[in-house]
Design a protein around this ligand. Sequence first.
Ligand code: ATP
Ligand code: MG
Length: 354
Amino acid sequence: MLNTKNLSPLQLSLYTAFLLSMPISFGFYFLKPNALIALTAFCLTFLGSYLLIKYTLEKFIYRKIKLIYKFIYQTKATLREETYYKYILPQKSIDDVRDDVEKWATQRKEEIEKLKSNEAYRKEFLQNLAHEFKTPIFAIQGYVDTLLDGALENQAVNRKFLENAARNVDRMVTLVNDLDEISRLESGEQPLVRKNFIIQDLIRDVYETLSIKISKKNITTSIKKGCEQPVWVTADKEKIHQVITNLVSNAVKYGKENGNIVASIYQTDEQRVLIEISDDGIGISEEHLDRIFERFYRTDRGRSRDVGGTGLGLAIVKHIIEAHNQTIHVRSKVDVGTTVGFTLDTLKSTGYKL
Ligand SMILES: Nc1ncnc2c1ncn2[C@@H]1O[C@H](COP(=O)(O)OP(=O)(O)OP(=O)(O)O)[C@@H](O)[C@H]1O
Ligand SMILES: [Mg+2]
């Protein structure tokens, strides 16, 4: 049996015309058994119906389908597309056309969903931004107004109010710097300056830089036993310094008094090394784990603001690690502690020589 599924309009017209003319010519032969008359009837019916069906198909169906394709692909008539319409499109059955249109509709739906979520994200971002700025601005406004209203002459409070205002200015400066950093990382404006360095040295350097904060909470910092063997990595040293600083700062901020911060370094394979910073602090509950790398996200807004965070630290960390084409992850348990780990290229894998 002839496969009618993928017939072109021309083939379909020929096929239908043939099916029509056969019984008609047989009818003529049956009424008047004259082969010439039957053949003439066959030829005339075949030709007439062929032309009519082809014209109808072309005009009313095929051209409309072609229009649909032009619309859904939004194409211009380049040579390739003309070839497509001439040779490939006529081979398509109505089922194929429906599949193509459905595929197109699904793609559009996904695009719209993505645009909607971007829009929601943008709105949320602006709300957060306004909120983050409002807090220090109102505080500064309050202190300045109070000082102008007479507190300036009051020796007991004037310095304290100014210091408080200055602290809020610092907070805004940090916020602006962090936002600036994120947008530069996102736009790819800052190319990575890769260097070879020993990761343990960088970690010790960060412990040293943060020693005042660390000792205030009487926290013990260390590199895990068995991980002391120097590991050379190739990465942007400044930026990885910032990553480790942010992670250790978090470990201190959300760590317990007299707690511990441990850095572990594991060579996962020939190419990669995994660096983990662990603390035994308050931990993060499961529902927040997926979101802590988002901008402004804090697990407990009130408590985190008390310790001075804007919720941008981990967003910056993630950007830096992703700019290195590496990955970052977090494991945590409430009241047990948190471990944030990220990977880096080892010196060997990048082909650099010392
Ligand atoms: N080690 C940790 N232990 C417990 N919670 C953490 C830890 N690290 C991050 N978090 C949670 O994740 C949130 C996001 O961290 P992130 O570093 O992005 O912001 P932040 O520390 O609040 O502010 P910033 O780093 O911008 O000063 C924190 O507010 C905190 O709730
Ligand atoms: Mg932080």
